[in-house]
Design a protein around this ligand. Structure first.
Ligand SMILES: Cc1cc2nc3c(=O)[nH]c(=O)nc-3n(C[C@H](O)[C@H](O)[C@H](O)COP(=O)(O)OP(=O)(O)OC[C@H]3O[C@@H](n4cnc5c(N)ncnc54)[C@H](O)[C@@H]3O)c2cc1C
Length: 327
């Protein structure tokens, strides 16, 4: 990519009901990282009918907002979204950033074909070469290797791995400008008749959780999940997660799985309860701000990436914790 002229970055944000999903702030963080490396300008696209507070929240990150409203359209489905984006963009962006989420995965490949752009998925970091070429890093081989990808096209479309960039908070920058545009249903086409409803299975409180308490095989028995839940409830805005063996055994639903074949999370606090720290699990939670691990094995691999290491039987620790808190 040539960076002698200002590049336009478009971030495709996501929201549910009245809440901006955390991935949106991570995508804006990724865009701001590119801004620091190159001469570029970011616009955050909000599709649908968002609550005003969502637009304000994005604007408070110092990012310009394009709110694209389509009458009668309350839920984003990928085909309509792609059509709306191409209709709405008078200038086509040089870099489009979406989440490596169901929405982003559906939109970005098709959009990259329409815009004759490179498509790079699962990006977890961005750098620049001495001759000013952007380098997009993505994990491969179960997170054991990092591939550094340089686009051979001027335009590039990315999906960003959730949890890879620290959510951008409100910052000292001036508020971003909010532009509202309407687009007619006719322009977008008949896709609008289909509305996607999130099924119970795809809903997860992970997205909003500040604290995730994750259970691993070390909890020994499914009955002990009640203890994990009780432990989790001691924290505000918390959710229970699990390592893959618990999901495979049917102790927890798939939506609770953290890791390379599950979700990537980056809460303020991640408490790993009886989890060994396999690379496949760590891939999904290493971006957490603060990691506490409870494991009976002092040499457990999870301790290598933990801020606090507690060598203990996990259930005994939780019982004592709850007992002391109630005393
Ligand atoms: C292609 C592929 C994809 C995968 N994807 C994922 C994924 O997305 N997510 C994922 O989690 N895994 C994934 N796995 C599985 C992964 O390799 C590990 O097998 C799994 O993460 C191990 O889970 P665990 O740490 O709960 O169990 P174990 O590895 O069995 O570890 C249990 C831990 O509990 C500790 N322990 C035992 N008893 C106690 C006690 N009483 N108190 C405290 N600690 C105790 C032990 O010391 C041990 O460290 C994948 C594997 C493959 C091959």
């Amino acid at each position: 990519m040539n960076h002698s002229v200002t590049k336009n970055i478009l971030v495709i944000t996501e929201f549910r009901d009245k809440v901006l999903l955390p991935i949106s702030l991570e995508l804006i963080a990724c865009a701001h990282q590119i801004e620091k490396l190159t001469s570029s300008h970011t616009t955050a696209l909000v599709l649908g009918r968002p609550d005003e507070s969502i637009l304000q929240k994005i604007s408070q990150t110092g990012t310009d907002v394009l709110a694209l409203h389509i009458d009668g359209w309350r839920h984003i489905d990928a085909l309509s979204a792609r059509k709306a984006i191409t209709c709405a963009l008078s200038h086509s962006p040089d870099i489009v950033i979406a989440g490596n989420t169901p929405l982003g995965i559906e939109i970005i490949p098709g959009l990259s074909i329409e815009m004759n752009a490179s498509c790079i998925s699962g990006v977890c970091d961005v750098n620049i070469t001495p001759d000013e070429k952007l380098v997009f890093n993505r994990n491969i081989w179960g997170g054991k290797l990092t591939a550094s990808v340089i686009s051979n096209q001027d335009k590039v479309m990315l999906t960003v791995q959730p949890g890879s960039f620290h959510r951008i908070p409100e910052c000292g920058k001036p508020l971003g400008h909010i532009r509202r545009e309407n687009i007619s249903v006719e322009k977008v086409g008949s896709f609008l008749k289909s509305r996607a409803f999130p099924s119970k299975e795809t809903e997860s409180s992970f997205d909003d959780a500040d604290v995730i308490v994750a259970a691993g095989r070390g909890i020994q028995a499914p009955e002990n999940l009640k203890k994990i839940e009780a432990f989790s409830k001691r924290f505000n805005r918390s959710a229970v997660a699990g390592s893959r063996p618990l999901i495979d055994a049917g102790w927890l639903p798939y939506r609770c799985q953290v890791g390379i074949t599950g979700k990537t999370v980056s809460p303020n606090l991640y408490i790993a309860c009886g989890i060994s720290g396999s690379s496949q699990h760590v891939y999904g939670m290493a971006g957490s701000d603060f990691i506490v691990s409870i494991n009976s094995d002092p040499n457990a691999a999870i301790f290598q990436i933990s801020d606090v290491c507690i060598v203990s039987d996990v259930i005994a620790f939780i019982d004592t914790f709850i007992h002391l808190e109630e005393a």
